[in-house]
Design a protein around this ligand. Structure first.
Ligand SMILES: *Cc1c(COP(=O)(O)O)cnc(C)c1O
Length: 387
């Protein structure tokens, strides 16, 4: 049958509209959305200010070209730099593309310094995208299988293992950068040791490597700070983001600082659509609403979900761990539990299972306390009633 290429096993539901933290299917049934399109719609569905910005930009100017000035792109870059302490931004259309930009930046950074075959340290269990470059950087052989030969120039080490990075530093002189997620997202919401990023920062400083953070999922308020690295006192050289940046309009960004901010010069990287007026208008309308108030509220509501789940599930012999940061919350079971996604749907809740056994919750940042309690209640029921 002609149709969509079958790259997804889709759930038997289609949504036709949304409002805030709720989605409605073809039969008029409402679902509480604790996934937000995988950390994309941080301000909920049909956000009025984002809708208005899209509408008015669509009837003004959708697209020109990066051959010309794009004032909305400049304005968005200024805001992102101001909130993050970074110096320059390359806009693109997705998370994978933002990481491609970072990887190209790292290679050029190394080549300019005369380092032969520059390599990037990556993490086992990580996820960076599905393009050939980001696939090779991704630390998951299941995702890579069938796409060999993989791109060269990546050195994977275990996540949250500073010793493994130090060991490499003493024997690999082609390393130019570390690419790391502040919290593993697809890898199962793994939160590293408190000092992990600062130790990686120290090593990067002593070997003149770039510390590149993949905040495609953790950025834009998701963990209770604008960027997850802002829970620490470090400053990265490169940060990538995408998912929550424009509340559902495709856009990605690669931010850089210091020497890295000017590594990509005219002719070295480009994009037709990246950072076009429509995407930037939506991102600015999103950014303007991601105030400290909203992000602090996300931190509080996330903590409420986390403590609710701990109160109801800690001690259950099915539960291995309950963890989270802001609106990125996980319940890890001892066994594979992918069937819970459909069972949750039957109870009117949208969740996700990552790494086979980790219930992952990524609700809208502005979820109400009442809906947060509903998420806790339904997830608790799913876990405790599980065979
Ligand atoms: C989703 C994700 C990506 C890939 O983003 P796409 O927009 O699907 O290309 C990369 N890195 C992380 C950490 C992600 O969560």
């Amino acid at each position: 049958m002609p149709g969509i290429m079958q790259t997804y096993n889709r759930y038997p539901v289609s949504f036709v509209s949304g409002q805030g933290s709720y989605l409605e299917d073809e039969n008029g049934r409402q679902y509480l959305d604790a996934l937000s399109g995988i950390a994309v719609c941080g301000l909920g569905h049909a956000n009025p200010a984002v809708a208005k910005a899209i509408e008015s930009q669509a009837s003004t100017l959708l697209h020109t070209s990066n051959l010309y000035g794009i004032p909305l792109q400049e304005a968005l870059a200024e805001r992102l730099c101001a909130v993050s302490g970074m110096d320059s931004v390359f806009f693109c259309n997705s998370g994978a593309e933002s990481n491609e930009a970072a990887l190209k930046l790292a290679r050029r950074f190394g080549n300019e310094k005369g380092i032969e075959n520059p390599a990037v340290i990556t993490m086992e269990g990580s996820f960076h995208g599905r393009t050939l470059g980001t696939l090779a950087a991704t630390g998951n052989t299941k995702i890579q299988a069938g796409f060999e030969p993989l791109l060269d120039g990546f050195v994977p080490v275990p996540y949250d293992d500073v010793g493994a990075v130090e060991a490499l530093a003493s024997k690999e002189n082609s390393v130019v950068a570390i690419l790391v997620e502040p919290i593993l997202g697809e890898g199962g919401v793994r939160i590293p040791s408190e000092d992990y990023l600062s130790r990686l920062r120290e090593i990067s400083d002593s070997f003149k490597w770039l510390l590149m953070l993949d905040e495609v999922q953790t950025g834009n308020g998701r963990t209770g700070k604008y960027f997850a690295f802002q829970h620490t006192s470090i400053q990265p050289d490169v940060v990538t983001t995408a998912k929550g940046l424009a509340n559902g309009v495709p856009i990605g960004a690669c931010l850089a600082r210091g020497e890295a901010a000017s590594t990509l010069v005219p002719g070295t990287h480009a994009t037709t659509f990246g950072g076009n007026p429509l995407a930037c208008a939506a991102a600015i309308a999103t950014f303007d609403q991601l105030t400290d108030g909203v992000i602090d509220q996300a931190a509080e509501t996330g903590a409420r979900i986390l403590s609710g789940l701990k109160a109801s599930l800690q001690g259950s012999n099915k539960v291995k761990d309950i963890r989270g940061k802001g609106m990125m919350v996980a319940v890890e079971l001892y066994e594979s539990c992918t069937e819970l996604v459909l069972e949750a749907m039957e109870r009117g809740l949208l969740i996700n299972v990552a790494a086979d056994s980790v219930i992952r919750l990524l609700p809208p940042l502005n979820l109400s306390a009442e809906d947060a309690d509903k998420v806790v209640q339904i997830v608790t029921g799913l876990v405790l009633e599980r065979m």
